[in-house]
Write a protein that binds this ligand. Structure first.
Ligand code: ASN
Ligand code: ZN
Length: 322
């Protein structure tokens, strides 16, 4: 006997793409739907021109180019993480297409989010290998997208360092989700494996031990502080956005490890709800963000909860007073 069913999907996304799982429970057919990613990868062919030539789509054949496939897979891992952890459909929360360009420029030593897409250089081969091999780097760039779609944080000074830190939080959580790691098991490294063997360093940044990711003749010493007493006043790097992000990074890492389990279950959820709740000013400083995460934890878990205690302790440990 044939069964017919219509499936109502939550109206949280407009993507036409849906994964549908059908299972049998007793004498019932159970349909479960979830949004599926819509990815487009382009190739800048070593020029600094965007978007470049489209080389990979969701339904098209795989590319023979490893960078293309790595970027494609990384976007998929990030999409899966956002849905699994926060029921967020893509970075815009509406199932939007995820776009990336690889082979940007010649010997280009960076990756970035340009407001619309992720862009990856190949590295110069002396300090950096490519940037697509690291899921934490890919998810970091997408994290900037989530920040942007949530109202944004001015890319300057402390709000800029929060923007950077939240991108790292997304990077680390996505990598941990993809590898099936708990907060305690995780390396908390951002960009592990993207340095060549010539560099004395394990990663771009360490959220667990800011300031220790590298110590190298070419790069010098990792300048990230892990406490407000070491906050770096500088006019470079938009006021040290990639430097002082070590402080909120360490606070998140401490809260996540103290709460145990997977980082996104409680600490990540508190950070995410704080970011997306609509109450965060674009120019929020560390103290404002710390207060906001504490309020989120109080609202979600109760004032006397271990979550609130863990968040307060974590900010206190890095010298940010609430
Ligand atoms: N990779 C860097 C970042 O995403 C690029 C930049 O400085 N904007 O933060
Ligand atoms: Zn960044």
């Amino acid at each position: 006997e044939a069964a017919r069913a219509t499936l109502a999907m939550p109206r949280v996304y407009h993507s036409a793409r849906v994964n549908l799982d059908v299972s049998v429970e007793g004498d019932a057919l159970v349909f479960e739907g979830s949004p599926a990613p819509d990815r487009i990868i382009s190739d800048a062919q070593r020029r600094e021109v965007l978007p470049g030539v489209q080389v990979r789509t969701e339904d098209g054949p795989a590319s023979a180019d490893a960078s293309v496939e790595q970027a494609f897979a990384g976007l998929g891992d990030t999409f899966d993480f956002l849905w699994d952890a926060f029921a967020r459909a893509s970075i815009d929360g509406a199932g939007g297409t995820l776009a990336a360009t690889v082979h940007y420029g010649e010997n280009y030593d960076n990756a970035f989010w340009n407001g619309e897409r992720m862009v990856f250089g190949d590295g110069d081969g002396e300090v950096f290998t490519g940037f697509t091999s690291s899921i934490s780097v890919i998810a970091h760039e997408l994290g900037h997208g989530v920040v942007e779609f949530s109202g944004g944080l001015d890319y300057q000074g402390q709000s800029g360092a929060l923007n950077e830190s939240i991108a790292d939080v997304f990077g680390a959580m996505t990598e941990q989700h993809t590898l099936g790691q708990s907060a305690a098991e995780a390396t908390w490294l951002i960009g592990a494996g993207i340095f060549t063997d010539a560099v004395q360093g394990v990663a771009l940044r360490s959220m667990k031990a800011p300031g220790t990711a590298y110590d190298d003749d070419v790069l010098g010493r990792d300048p990230q502080p892990a406490h407000m007493r070491d906050y770096v006043q500088t006019s470079e790097d938009n006021g040290g956005v990639h430097i002082n992000s070590g402080i909120p990074n360490k606070a998140f890492q401490l809260a996540a490890v103290a709460l145990g389990g997977a980082s996104w279950e409680r600490a990540g959820r508190i950070w995410y709800l704080t970011l997306t709740g609509g109450a965060l000013a674009r120019d929020a400083d560390f103290a404002a963000f710390a207060a906001a995460t504490t309020q989120t934890a109080e609202r979600e878990y109760g004032e006397q909860s271990e979550e609130v205690a863990a968040v307060r302790t974590a900010w206190g440990a890095v010298g940010v007073s609430i």
